[in-house]
Design a protein around this ligand. Structure first.
Ligand SMILES: Cc1cc2nc3c(=O)[nH]c(=O)nc-3n(C[C@H](O)[C@H](O)[C@H](O)COP(=O)(O)OP(=O)(O)OC[C@H]3O[C@@H](n4cnc5c(N)ncnc54)[C@H](O)[C@@H]3O)c2cc1C
Length: 377
């Protein structure tokens, strides 16, 4: 039997951040992941600077080893299902407001940096409690278990989640190397990704350039409208933005936005973080930040519990999460479709408001300081 004080299932940004903070406190932590790293993850790979700050990652250090694209503006517009976009507007910033990273590199970097013991290429198949310990696959044992296995995390299922039956958003994405012939003619620029919002505000499409890589995708609340919107969007990118046909199909993935699902996030000796807990931003779908922050907050709670992992000792995790992420309300939950269409049309006539309401508030969380590792333990 392999023993650890804390066993984390899933080595994505949530799991590796939790492991990093626990290791810094000298706790014996192990991460079990079904994939071998570096592994890919369906994602646009867009992060806000607060993400790096909260993990004390120096951008220059990261850039010495791996690809990172500074973002200083956005081209935004409204789009119908056929991919017709009215007038798009350019919104520029004086400083870097976001970064584009490649998930295969970023996740591998975070996991290596965490210093945790890693068991990779091994799915958690069986989870059971024996006395005060968890037994995983009858090989690994720990008194504290952290579920960080993404939307379909086995630990979330153990706590009662039914991933197929929840109101998840579905998004499709592809990242590919631009063919050499298209590099000069493609009108998507690294410093200024493009975001096109569905006119019912039920989702948006993106196109982000990271060096010679292009990441294209679209996510929506309703899966039955998704394919139509994706096709319309790709046609627009080909027609107007010099984007070549992607070399394969877009990969789909579902996940929960914060406030939409009702997962049980903790029990005796166990808690959930990241997508396993359903914490992505209801405004933008950004889930890396919530994953990392929930990982840090969970670590803080575990450290303070000092080996006594009762429900009561883990309860502060839920309070901290709510303080940080709020309840997770979004405009889409408050307004019927017709009202959203009218609202969106009026909003996109006023670029200043798009910048303030959509980008600054919904996407960039301007005004909200980073969660520092110090704050989170
Ligand atoms: C198309 C799309 C685009 C997105 N774009 C962005 C974006 O640009 N910016 C952003 O912030 N967020 C984005 N998100 C959301 C973001 O990808 C997730 O919120 C984020 O990856 C959550 O991190 P996590 O660590 O919780 O889970 P994950 O990154 O999903 O990691 C979970 C890990 O658990 C492992 N695992 C799963 N099951 C098991 C098992 N049984 N046993 C062992 N290991 C297991 C997996 O192999 C994986 O490594 C996007 C999502 C989608 C679908």
């Amino acid at each position: 039997m392999q023993h650890a004080e804390v066993l984390i299932i899933g080595g994505g940004p949530a799991g590796s951040s939790c492991a990093w903070a626990l290791r810094r406190a000298g706790i014996n932590v192990a991460v079990l992941d079904q994939a071998r790293f570096p592994r890919d993850k369906v994602c646009a790979g867009w992060i806000t600077p607060a993400v790096l700050e909260s993990l004390r990652i120096d951008v220059d250090d990261y850039a010495r080893e791996l690809g990172i694209q500074a973002i200083r503006g956005f081209r935004v517009g409204l789009m119908n299902a056929a991919g017709n976009i009215g007038k798009a507007v350019d919104i520029r910033y004086h400083a870097t407001v976001s970064y584009g990273i490649r998930r295969s590199e970023f996740d591998d970097y975070l996991l290596r940096r965490s210093g945790a013991r890693l068991y990779s290429g091994e799915p958690a198949r069986s989870l059971r409690r024996e006395g005060r310990e968890w037994r995983i696959n009858d090989i690994y044992a720990a008194p504290m278990l952290v579920g960080a296995g993404g939307h379909a995390c086995p630990v979330a299922r153990l706590l009662g989640a039914h991933p197929g039956r929840e109101p998840a958003v579905v998004a499709k994405e592809i990242e590919f190397l631009l063919p050499e012939a298209a590099r000069a003619t493609c009108k998507i620029y690294g410093q200024r990704p493009e975001l096109y919002f569905c006119r019912d505000l039920a989702g948006y499409g993106w196109c982000i350039r990271k060096g010679d890589y292009l990441n294209i995708g679209l996510g929506r609340d309703d899966r039955w409208e998704l394919t139509k919107h994706v096709e319309g969007f790709l046609a627009y990118l080909r027609r107007e933005r010099g984007v070549p046909q992607p070399p394969g199909h877009l990969n789909g993935h579902a996940y929960l936005l914060h406030g939409r699902g009702h997962r049980n996030l903790l029990d005796e000796g166990v808690l959930l973080i990241g997508d396993a807990a359903g914490l992505a931003s209801p405004q933008s779908g950004e889930g890396i930040r919530a994953g990392i922050e929930s990982g840090l907050l969970a670590a803080q709670t575990i450290i303070e519990a000092r080996g006594e992992y009762s429900r009561q000792r883990l309860q502060p995790y839920l309070d901290r999460l709510q303080d940080r992420l709020g309840r997770g309300n979004s405009l889409n939950d408050a307004l019927p479709i017709w009202a959203r269409i009218v609202f969106a049309r009026a909003l996109f006539r006023l670029p200043r408001l798009v910048r303030q309401m959509v980008l600054d508030k919904g996407f960039l969380h301007s005004g909200q300081p980073a969660l520092t590792a110090m704050q989170a333990g």
